[in-house]
Design a protein around this ligand. Structure first.
Ligand SMILES: [Ca+2]
Ligand SMILES: [Ca+2]
Length: 176
């Protein structure tokens, strides 16, 4: 397990520990989902419900795979262990959440997400807005619009790619 992957997983842990108490639990997911839905102004819409559902699924999958001692809380160590397994099953475990997040940010449903909407959602999960802007620019290059494929590729690589040259995906959740 390389240092880069550890850094990325550490970043994910920090973001998912939404209330910052040092463990990931169901209340962190509820808190984060609420913030994202508020930021996207999709609190009581079909898209919003889909996202909230996928957040619950993500939490359940994480608890099932990572909560080794069964106390309903995921420690740093448990999280690190679990992510080593997730890399092989990204599409089924974590992919649907990113898809739902993309649709949430795609306000006009044209299959593209603009910079402002991307930054708003990333800021809601705890990424500093300037860093989210940099991530967007790296991912989209000249086009200024993010496609779902671009996001899914970057998200998948975030979990398992150890190639330091792939800076676009490494910065997905802000500076490491
Ligand atoms: Ca927590
Ligand atoms: Ca759009």
């Amino acid at each position: 397990m390389g240092a880069l992957l550890d850094q990325k997983h550490e970043k994910l842990f920090s973001l998912l520990d939404t209330n910052g108490d040092g463990v990931i639990a169901e209340n962190d997911f509820e808190l984060m989902a609420g913030r994202v839905l508020t930021a996207a102004d999709e609190e009581s819409t079909e898209k919003g419900e889909k996202y909230a559902d996928e957040m619950r699924n993500y939490w359940q999958a994480l608890r099932d795979t990572a909560d080794a001692d069964g106390d309903g809380r995921i420690s740093r160590d448990e999280f690190r262990q679990a992510l080593r397994q997730v890399s092989g099953t990204f599409d089924t475990l974590v992919g649907p959440l990113y898809q739902a997040g993309f649709h949430l940010a795609d306000r006009d449903d044209d299959g593209l997400v603009g910079r402002e909407d991307f930054v708003a959602v990333l800021a809601a999960i705890g990424v500093p807005a300037p860093e989210a802007g940099v991530a967007f620019d790296r991912l989209t290059g000249q086009s200024g619009q993010l496609t779902k494929d671009q996001l899914m590729t970057a998200a998948s690589q975030y979990y398992c790619n150890e190639d330091p040259a792939d800076t676009a995906s490494h910065l997905l959740f802000g500076a490491l």
